[in-house]
Design a protein around this ligand. Structure first.
Ligand SMILES: [Zn+2]
Length: 197
């Protein structure tokens, strides 16, 4: 994440509306991870304001800078508002039969995170996660949605009628980074905290 409060003012704002989001369908989707680990992870506060519900990234949920281990302060946590469970964000290429690979951001919570780590543990020691493919499927809807991930090797892709991602395709994507998400300034959160306290 952007480091320190100074960096927070520099994050790009409007960009978060434009990224393509990947959601595994019930029929199963094949993706290639474009990086070994999520580029961002954080929790959000959902706050009822006069003009409706608004989400704010919780600064206390951001990974602290290596040089500055101190946890970042969050005025909303300080007034007792609980952020939601952390979500992680990773760059993927979605592979569909007869289509070009599509660059997208996959946002996920604990269940997918655990499954990815299991896959990484079982095969990642020998093969980087970026060299295999993931078959992701969902079951159910809303809060009852369950996700299932399965590792696929290049030789398994025929079964799904998709081609391996070429090195050229892989490098043609401009990966999103933490600047995709707007991190509110301390003073903005402080004002909101006053409003809801
Ligand atoms: Zn917070």
């Amino acid at each position: 994440m952007a480091r320190g409060w100074g960096g927070y003012n520099k994050v790009k704002s409007a960009s978060s509306d434009f990224e393509t989001k990947f959601k595994p369908g019930s029929e199963g989707s094949v993706v290639s991870l474009l990086e070994e680990e999520p580029f961002a992870a954080f929790s959000r506060h959902w706050v009822d304001l006069q003009d409706g519900k608004r989400a704010f990234i919780c600064p206390a949920s951001l990974e602290a800078d290596d040089d500055d281990e101190e946890e970042l302060a969050c005025p909303l946590c300080d007034v007792g508002d609980c952020p939601n469970a952390p979500r992680a964000y990773i760059n993927v290429a979605v592979l569909r039969p007869g289509e070009r690979p599509e660059h997208a951001v996959w946002e996920f919570g604990a269940s997918i995170s655990e499954q990815l780590q299991m896959i990484d543990k079982s095969i990642g020691r020998r093969t980087p996660l970026t060299d295999i493919y993931i078959l992701a499927s969902s079951k159910g809807s809303g809060l009852n949605t369950k996700y299932h991930l399965e590792p696929l090797y290049p030789e398994d892709l025929d079964e799904f009628d998709v081609d391996e991602l070429t090195e050229k395709q892989r490098h043609s994507f401009e990966l999103y980074d933490e600047e995709l998400y707007e991190i509110p300034s301390y003073s903005e959160l402080d004002k909101i905290a006053d409003e809801i306290a």
